[in-house]
Design a protein around this ligand. Sequence first.
Ligand code: 6GP
Length: 837
Amino acid sequence: SQPLDLRLPTPGCYNDPERAGLDAKSVFDGMTEHLFFTLGKLAPTASRHDLYMALSYAVRDRLMMRYLATTEAMRAHPQKSVAYLSAEFLIGPQLNNNLLNLGIQQEAEAALRNFGIESLQQILDVEEEPGLGNGGLGRLAACYMESLASLKIPATGYGIRYEFGIFDQLIRDGWQVEITDKWLKGGWPWELPQPDEACFVGFGGRTESYIDDKGSYRSRWIPAEHAIGIPHDVPVLGYRVNICDRLRLWRADATESFDFYAFNIGDYYGAVEEKVGSETLSKVLYPNDGTDEGRRLRLKQQHFFVSCSLQDMLRSLDNRGLPVEDFPKYWTVQLNDTHPAIAVAELMRLLIDDRHMDWDKAWDITSRSVAYTNHTLLPEALEKWDLNLFSSLLPRHLELIYEINRRFLQQLRLRYPGNDAIQRKLSIIDEDGSKAVRMAHLATIGAHHVNGVAALHSDLVKTDLLPEFAELWPEKFTNVTNGVTPRRWVALANPELSTLLNEHIGEDWISNMENLRKLEERQNDQGFLEHWGNTKLSVKRKLASYIHRNTGVLVDPSTLFDVQVKRIHEYKRQHLNVLQVITQYLRIKNGQADGMAPRTVIFGGKAAPGYYMAKLIIRFINGIAETVNADPDMDGRLRVVFLPDYNVKLGEQVYPASDLSEQISTAGKEASGTGNMKFAMNGALTIGTLDGANVEIRELVGAENFFLFGKTVEEINDLKRSGYNPGAFINAMPELQEALRLIEMGHFSNGDSELFRPLLDNLTGHDPFFVMADFADYLRAQEAVSLAWTDRMHWNRMSLLNTARTGFFSSDRSIGEYCENIWNVGPLNVDITCDVR
Ligand code: 6GP
């Protein structure tokens, strides 16, 4: 194909750094200009934050060539593009990622030296991350966008530009305190607002039927209120490619920022009221991970961003003169869980009501475009909307859903004549108790593919969650095991390991993680293994110093760093880990700790503000930490740390510095996990259950390089069926009894014997997540960890094999599978000419 002649203002030739503006001098000049003109600052008095902003603007400028070339290529030669719809994108810090993907980290560092800054890290430290997600689901969306761009797949991530993201977590007296996340306060240099591409979205009101000019009956929606969505675009550059995709985040605005009638009669406050009302739409992210709040504002948020996004996709066809019938040819729409599932009804509405298409055609287009990913089996996470709330907010969508449902139930009746039970079970409308709309059913019926996020999880989706749907449409159901981007999670987060890899196996691994296999050749090389261990040690020193600065706890980098970082949830079982720590503490106290590895046990994670038990678990961890760390008998043997405000940036410090990765959820509860992959790639060994992607990690790294424990999904189900009694397990373990008694006495709560009672009652009463049932085996596996740690060469070898064999978990592999099996999309080639000025 012909190179594009873009006539862009920046000279651009990727192979000629000077003309592409990618040399140190150009970066410095760009910074100087932005300091002066954009920020109104003089270099000698610029703060670190000013320099961060100036460098970011200079880097953003350098993305524009690829960004615009990508848009232009898609205009000139339209091809299918991915629309990844997600209520969350937990993208993390942007500067270093863009520097890496552009290949100018060293140039940026050199430019900064001219401003008297010694290392790039000093500037990276001031960057504030947008916390536009809760945990796994949001972070996955971010990894996927980065891999899409790196694989040169044209894509837009559609979401919400929350003014306040996930709360900042403080720890006060051992409790979590939530603080508003004001991520925009210092200005955020990575977005481009596009007010001229705003979209209108309706809410509430009523529907009416009318007869159109052709004499046919039609319905239309007369909403009671409107909001405007203003797109804010964030460029997403791939690794060393010419493609730059985008994240399009919608910010809600009022339709009329001023009600002139109210203003004229002197009601100034009334006049701004509407504005305040619609702006709350994109005000704040719901801080629930995996649980469903079922609030009116949440449904409004979902419809708001989905409607804007679908209108935007249709408009992009119009602008390029492409017929709307070809929607599935140019867009593939992926629903990241059910949060955007209203898309099925909204696309139908846009096609039928706005574009006057007939039902069958509209359904054909919708169901060939949309696919759905399920991220959890937890019943409390399956979104259901109360019918009254739904109809008051989206009356036209409800009509369309009734019709989708009517046709679906008709199909069911033919397949299962006389089987009323199956109709009740699969209907989109839940009629048991107060009526509700089941979003997972809407998504499943409207989608051409439904996938889970790890092999085990996808099986459970078929056998437990949606078995009748899977029987009806077996070809719809598939698996795509999650992945994480090696750029952020190895190359950026672990420069020490990256350097070692580059020296010994070359740099190719960054875009082809299977190349890490070459490391296996070194598995018996003593010198290399020692080097491997020293590299880990130097990263642990950095984390140790972070821990000291941020918590005041002194930890010894030579101890085993045993880490559990993730959202706090009973199913993830942080309390299982803590109970085990208490037994270690007791063994040390009782002089029975021979052969026990000296450990630093590190926790991090946020609890949903309304999730009492999770917050108590945080208090519990901090109670144990306080007692253990203050006891001189524990010196050099045991330390417990809770890292406050766990987020992407902190994760980048934690994964590379870990020896042991705690993946200890109750089997069947963790859909996949992605932290488990980040740890293993960075050479941590996993102690884990047969849950989520742990199963595949263990298969790949080899059972001998993984510490397995715990009951399987089947065994847990058997226990449930036979009437699980945690007491029976407790009685068989004197050590556990002693630990529980100590907690009960208030040993870890300054004598307060009430503080942890709800937790104890829960564990000893019905223990819904089988902590007691898995405890003995967990303890055994932890002893195996201690034993393995004593032979350091052997440990390093296992660590090396974890890195060598986890290339499969690159999100490039996952995205490759989505492209091939679900989306049917291919790469876009963008040429950039050298001489365009
Ligand atoms: C999470 C799952 O809990 C986690 O196991 C998985 O790795 C991640 O999604 C990415 O697939 N689910 C959520 O965060 C969630 O909110 C509705 O699900």
